[in-house]
Design a protein around this ligand. Structure first.
Ligand code: SF4
Length: 407
């Protein structure tokens, strides 16, 4: 159903991936990768359908694992017209709210839709007509890319984020637990190569997303043998970026890696793929490149002064010694990986709007945070300098490695 008022399309800072989506169009949200986005869910409303049952999937308890839409025929698969009509009406309602991308994502695997290529073509045309400055993005688990129609549909996007957690059948069976009728890994990787060529021809981007994980009985995609095979595949596939993801919380079937392990994997991959192509996504933070991680480590000595005083005098006064310093540190912590309004920060910290605004102005002046215009609202987020300084403060207390804290 098309939502008909701005109030219904209230700003939601980040999509909660554990919630089941009940509408075709949802958001706007702030995406970790794509900034201000409007989501499009093309799967049956309120249902979770996927070709995988990943051991770390937050929706796994409500998910129906299928290999084709025909296994789920009794449910209503939205038609292309209804999807496009919903999008157009929502864009009309949102009018002047700036958006960076339309993202096809939702309850499960979007490429299962029987008219996936037609929908993507329609979305492409709609965006080009109404808001050519916006990008079209799609998230897929890659399981159906051996199908040429799926490749055609994906190739309509400016950004394709494609999952590749495992490059051996054995690990794929353990981590992604695909439906028994899903194509072999070799066929899927071949499909990714075809997709890559299509995207290059259109100047669009392929991002490979790998969730790093271990099972309680010791299987993991982070062991050296698997990493070498993954690196070989990635080197040949040559994606624009590789995103290494950490699941937000442990599950009975899956244990997230330690952050130091993730940095080890990222560094290993970046030695061949390059520091600007390998990113880490942890929690709600935006992707952090290996280059930035290395820079933060190198800058550590610049940030820390010798002896007892470890950050510059100005920042020491702002964050340690002057009245309100603790509140300013709390604001920085609250903004880690988030973009929040003054109001939300005030609510989070139990402070008045005026008090928070005063602190925000001081933090803005010092370059530790920055502001982002979102329609009529102003959101705030921490800068990389802010992250590094915050970590410096914590390091001063704990002497832990800055890199572990950065993520
Ligand atoms: S591919 Fe995504 S939706 Fe499907 S099971 Fe895995 S995490 Fe869940």
């Amino acid at each position: 159903m098309v939502r008909d008022s701005l109030r219904d399309i209230a700003y939601n800072p980040l999509l909660d991936t554990s919630q089941v989506i009940n509408s075709i169009v949802f958001g706007p949200n702030i995406s970790r990768r794509l900034n201000r986005v409007l989501g499009i869910n093309i799967l049956p409303l309120g249902k979770v359908v996927c070709t995988f049952r990943c051991i770390y999937c937050p929706l796994v308890s409500t998910l129906t694992c299928i290999s084709s839409w025909k296994d789920f025929i009794k449910y209503n698969w939205s038609s292309t017209n209804v999807i496009l009509e919903n999008l157009m009406k929502t864009l009309e309602i949102l009018d002047k709210i700036p958006l960076d991308s339309i993202v096809v994502i939702g309850n499960g695997e979007p490429t299962l839709h029987p008219k996936f290529d037609e929908i993507m073509h329609g979305l492409r045309k709609t965006i080009d007509l109404l808001s050519p400055e916006m990008n079209l993005a799609v998230f897929t688990n890659s399981s159906l890319v051996s199908n040429i129609n799926v490749i055609r549909g994906l190739a309509e996007a400016d950004y394709v984020v494609a999952k590749l957690d495992a490059v051996t059948e054995e690990l794929r069976a353990i981590i992604n637990r695909p439906h028994k009728d899903i194509a072999s890994l070799a066929e899927i990787i071949r499909g990714l190569f075809v997709l890559r060529r299509e995207l290059v021809d259109r100047n669009s981007k392929l991002i490979i997303s790998t969730t790093l994980i271990r099972t309680p009985i010791g299987y993991t995609n982070m062991e050296n043998k698997h990493l070498h095979r993954l690196l070989k595949t990635l080197e040949e596939l040559d994606p624009d970026q590789v995103h290494l993801e950490i699941p937000p919380s442990p599950y009975a079937t899956a244990i997230p890696p330690r952050r130091s392990e993730v940095v080890r994997v990222a560094t290993f991959l970046s030695e061949v793929l390059g520091e600007d192509r390998v990113f880490i996504l942890a929690g709600t933070t935006v992707p952090i490149s290996v280059r930035l991680i290395k820079k933060a480590m190198a800058n550590r000595d610049d940030l820390y002064m010798k002896e007892e005083v470890r950050i510059s005098d100005k920042l020491r006064i702002l964050l340690i010694e002057s009245p309100g310093a603790k509140t300013r540190v709390s604001i920085l912590e609250t903004l880690l990986g988030k973009r929040l309004s003054c109001n939300s920060i005030a609510k989070n910290l139990g402070l008045s709007w005026w008090a928070v605004q005063r602190h925000l102005n001081l933090l803005l002046e010092s370059g530790l945070i920055r502001s982002i215009k979102f329609g009529k609202r102003t959101l705030y987020t921490i800068t990389s300098m802010g992250v590094t300084v915050l970590e410096a403060l914590k390091l001063a207390e704990s002497e832990e490695s800055i890199i572990l804290k950065l993520l």
